[in-house]
Every structure is written in C-alpha cells, then in structure tokens.
Design a protein around this ligand. Sequence first.
Ligand SMILES: CC(C)(COP(=O)(O)OP(=O)(O)OC[C@H]1O[C@@H](n2cnc3c(N)ncnc32)[C@H](O)[C@@H]1OP(=O)(O)O)[C@@H](O)C(=O)NCCC(=O)NCCS
Length: 179
Amino acid sequence: MSAGVSATVAIRRLDGSARASLLAHLLALSVTDRWLRFGRTVSPTSIASYVDRIDFGRDAILGIHDDGDLLVGMAHAAFDTDPAEVALSVLPAYRGRALGKLLFASAVAQAARRGVARLYMQFLSSNTPVLRIAERFGMDLRVRGRDVEAHLDFAMQHRKQIGATTEINVLQTPDSIVS
Ligand SMILES: CC(C)(COP(=O)(O)OP(=O)(O)OC[C@H]1O[C@@H](n2cnc3c(N)ncnc32)[C@H](O)[C@@H]1OP(=O)(O)O)[C@@H](O)C(=O)NCCC(=O)NCCS
C-alpha cells in the first residue's frame, strides 16, 4: 500500500478522546460524500452534534489512521437497534485500497463479540463501492426506491464472510480491537 498508510493496516477501536479527529474526518468529506454517508444533507453543525452524541461505550467506532495521526477511515457500528446499523467512510485519497472492506469486516467482528444477530447498512443503489462491499459479504439486498437495505444474518454468515477477507493483513496492537 502506498502514500501514507502502511502495508499492514491497524484498525483501532476509538474512544471519546477521538471525537475531534472523527469530526475532522467527517468534515473532510465532500458534501456529496456526506450525503452518501448519512443518507441526507448534513450541515457541519449536524455532523458535530452527531459526533458529540456517539456513545462509545455502547457502539463500536473503528478507525484507520495514516502513518501520521490522520483518521483516514472509520466505521460506526451502532448497537442501539436490532438489526445493528453500520456506516462507513474513507477519505477519497485512500479509497480503493480495501480499507472499506476491512472496516466492515471489523464491524462484523465487533458484532460477533457482542452476540449481535443481525447487521444492516442503508445506501443509495448508485453507491457502487458500498454495494460491492455488501455483495462481497453476502448480504441480503432489499431495494427500496433509490435506496438499498443490505442485511447480514450474522449468526449464519459471519464466519464465511470474515474468511473472505483473510487476504487482508491485519496488525494487532495492545490498544486495538482488530478483526
Ligand atoms: C464506501 C466507501 C467507505 C468505500 O471505501 P473504500 O476504501 O474505497 O472501499 P474498498 O477499497 O474496500 O472497495 C470496496 C469495493 O468497491 C470497489 N470500488 C471502490 N471504489 C470504486 C469506485 N469508484 N467505483 C466502483 N467500484 C469501486 C472496490 O473495487 C471494491 O470492490 P471489490 O471487492 O469487488 O474489489 C467510500 O467510498 C466512502 O467513504 N464513500 C462515501 C461515504 C459512503 O458512501 N458511505 C457508505 C454509506 S454507509
């Protein structure tokens, strides 16, 4: 992997001390990407409110940093609903390097640790990268107008899906929770 992210990728579970870097990451996304990420138009104030309200004890916030301290990718697995909801974002300069797949795999692993039975993601049907991730993980796709709801019956499928990502080399560090 070139330019800024090590060939060995560490995914860290983030805590409340990461709120500022999460906000910076989300504000670095274009207006279109924010719309894709949140499913609606979101102002910087709304994003700040979203970050402030994240419950790091309940949910899993997974992050990938570059070789410095820049948060280049994140996943939010929200465990307040059944099914649990996962949302992903990767900064444009770092896309197409399997970071999105790796973040999703880690969210699935987090769900496994919590005994969560089902996950879903919601996205526009035109959002090819996240659609590819959903397909790769064998999610059940339900089209609702322009949107797709992708469901993963975790109890049935997580072992197979995690196995599908074994080509990704993951570094485990003591303060990390990594798939
Ligand atoms: C969705 C997103 C997180 C994917 O991040 P990423 O790191 O580029 O994802 P990956 O590199 O793991 O690629 C995932 C798949 O999409 C494909 N892909 C990546 N970029 C693509 C593009 N521009 N066009 C078509 N396919 C693309 C990859 O080839 C891969 O498919 P494969 O497994 O068949 O090879 C990123 O595009 C993003 O942040 N988008 C804006 C926010 C968003 O849409 N979030 C999803 C809604 S929750």
